[in-house]
Design a protein around this ligand. Structure first.
Ligand SMILES: [Zn+2]
Length: 121
């Protein structure tokens, strides 16, 4: 099998990564607007417990989603850095080339499927 990723594939994926990054950053902005805690009219009075609970849940959901997106952006940045260093597509753990179909699906992947599975355990 091909040991190296083609230049065309890498530039395609680079474009995809840059688009994903912009999209993720936009999503983070949108989510932060939805956060009830960022509402300037939000007042923490004790008037309505129901509202407080709903806002807390909303805030937690937003926070979890933002965290996911943040992690994604970090992975994307790492992948972009690896492209610059001509290290792109190498598994961070075992150093093997991550197969192209996986990179097409998850261009920011840092690990090959085997290592990813092991890390998730
Ligand atoms: Zn690996």
């Amino acid at each position: 099998m091909d040991k190296k990723l083609g230049q065309n594939l890498i530039s395609d994926l680079k474009e995809k990564l840059l688009k994903e990054k912009v999209k993720s950053l936009e999503q983070i902005e949108e989510l932060k607007k939805e956060d009830p805690f960022s509402d300037p009219e939000h007042v923490s009075d004790n008037a309505a417990v129901d509202t407080d609970v709903r806002e807390q849940v909303g805030h937690d959901t937003v926070e979890a989603e933002v965290k996911d997106l943040d992690r994604r952006v970090k992975d994307i940045n790492l992948a972009l850095k690896k492209i610059l260093k001509k290290q792109y597509g190498k598994c961070e753990k075992c150093g093997k080339i991550i197969p192209a179909p996986r990179l097409k699906l998850v261009p920011e992947a840092q690990f090959c499927i085997d290592c990813e599975k092991r890390l998730r355990k």
